[in-house]
Write a protein that binds this ligand. Structure first.
Ligand SMILES: Nc1nc2c(c(=O)[nH]1)N[C@H]1C(S)=C(S)[C@@H](COP(=O)(O)OP(=O)(O)OC[C@H]3O[C@@H](n4cnc5c(N)ncnc54)[C@H](O)[C@@H]3O)O[C@H]1N2
Ligand code: MOO
Ligand SMILES: [Mg+2]
Length: 401
């Protein structure tokens, strides 16, 4: 395993290796944001349940005009009126069921009521301002399919068909391990020479949590073969997937990749991506393992590009995608490289449209530009980008929530 694997090939291999989704549980809809539906949800009612008024005004038969028409009843939302007497109008309010016989609603701004008689200004078409029963969803239709990761608007849709509990896959348990003798946890005192604070643990806790999954904190592994082997085995025994940061490159202090080879199987190592080249993927005692390269930006970028789609597929999401947008490049790249590069940019509106402005420091050890950016611009392998070119961008808010 020496050459670099293209990102799309690595993803195809990884996603193709996903087996059955986790077990299921029933959850109150209000607690199900971000959970993945394990069953289709079939509507048992029409939405809306009745033909109803889209306006505050008067319900009538269009053919009865021109009036004036006597106002024969008053129908607020939540009440059911009587069938509309021919040659009359009903005072009606937005959302109220229209009375049997009415075929139009005139908004009150277009008519006048005086002494119980309604005069309508202008023409009225049959069907005007009436929202038909079942126009949103009909009883018997699938409101949402299994494999949908619930967003706020999906929760609203399910509530609209009367659902208050859903069957979802239980959240994946994702073990996160940091590696490195130089690491100190924030809050554990000042740094000694050669040390730095463990930022990857926090980045990964956030990324895993934002996917609605359970973060299993497995702490820091020291740069030692035996300690690495033990920690990996323990993590694999308690989690659905093990994610490590660091220790996957070629130095003799990089133990993770070697121990995975020894304990289980290594299916992928080294991708044609920048940052994050030495990413490793395999299994430990059957549990999937993703070894993210330790540099803080490499952790973030490879999680978003590789771990996120893999975990979502494991979680049971039916359609996993990494959405891209087109923007104008506000920068030029140098020599074409063999790896797909991911440039931290700030997307800004300009006279050219949406423009991707490059942050000055693109080092994979620099986390501030990841935090300050709102997108990654993609430079495909072998491509040179000039200022003003179209460039594909990944919106970070779409991928971290
Ligand atoms: N001779 C070569 N050296 C390196 C190569 C190479 O091809 N040949 N690749 C480089 C690339 S690219 C990357 S990326 C790194 C990946 O290295 P590792 O995954 O082995 O990670 P470490 O060496 O353990 O750490 C790298 C870097 O990141 C810092 N780090 C690690 N963990 C954390 C953490 N939890 N919080 C904050 N910072 C962390 C660590 O201190 C190092 O500076 O390898 C290159 N080397
Ligand atoms: O690919 Mo490494 O992630 O350059 O720093
Ligand atoms: Mg290393």
């Amino acid at each position: 395993m020496s050459g670099l694997t293209r990102l799309e090939d690595a993803l195809a291999q990884m996603l193709g290796s996903v087996k059955s989704p986790p077990g299921t549980a029933t959850r109150p809809l209000l607690d199900a944001l971000g959970a993945v539906l394990a069953e289709d949800v079939v509507a048992t009612v029409d939405v809306p349940p009745d033909d109803n008024s889209a306006m505050d005004g008067y319900a009538l038969r269009a053919a009865d005009l021109p009036g004036p028409l006597p106002v024969s009843q008053r129908i607020p939302a939540g009440q059911v009126g009587n069938p509309l007497k021919p040659g009359t109008a009903a005072r009606i309010f937005t959302g109220a069921a229209t009375p049997l016989g009415a075929d139009a609603v005139v908004m009150q701004e277009n008519c006048e009521e005086a002494d119980g008689l309604l005069t309508v200004n202008g023409g009225v078409d049959p069907g005007q301002n009436i929202r038909l029963r079942g126009q949103d969803i009909k009883a018997g239709e699938i409101a949402l399919r299994a494999g949908r990761r619930l967003r706020p608007q999906d929760m609203g849709l399910l509530a609209s068909v009367g659902v208050d509990c859903v069957t979802v896959y239980r959240p994946l348990r994702v073990a996160v391990l940091s590696t490195g003798d130089e690491l100190v946890e924030p809050g554990q005192g000042p740094l000694q020479a050669g040390q730095l604070y463990n930022s990857n643990r926090y980045t990964l806790a956030g990324l895993v949590g934002a996917l609605g999954m359970e973060w299993v904190d497995c702490g820091i592994i020291r740069d030692d073969a035996q300690a690495t082997a033990e920690a990996l085995q323990e993590a694999a025994a308690v989690a659905d997937c093990v994610i490590t940061s660091g220790g996957v490159s070629v130095g003799e202090e990089d133990h993770v990749k070697r121990q995975v080879e020894r304990l289980g199987q290594l299916d992928l190592w080294k991708l044609a991506v920048k940052p994050g080249k030495p990413l490793a993927f395999g299994r430990i005692a059957g549990t999937p393992f993703i070894g993210l390269p330790g540099n803080p930006t490499s952790v973030f970028v490879t999680f978003v590009l590789v771990a996120r789609p893999f975990l979502l597929k494991m979680q049971g999401v039916a359609e996993v995608s990494t959405p891209v947008l087109l923007a104008k490049s506000g920068f030029s790249t140098g020599r074409a490289g063999p790896r797909q590069d991911h440039i931290r940019v700030s997307l800004e509106q300009s006279e050219l449209g949406l423009t991707a402005r490059r942050f000055a420091n693109q080092s994979s050890g620099v986390l501030s530009s990841v935090s300050y950016s709102n997108a990654l611009a993609i430079v495909p392998p072998g491509r040179v980008i000039s200022e003003g070119d179209d460039v594909e961008v990944l919106l970070l808010d779409l991928l971290t929530g």
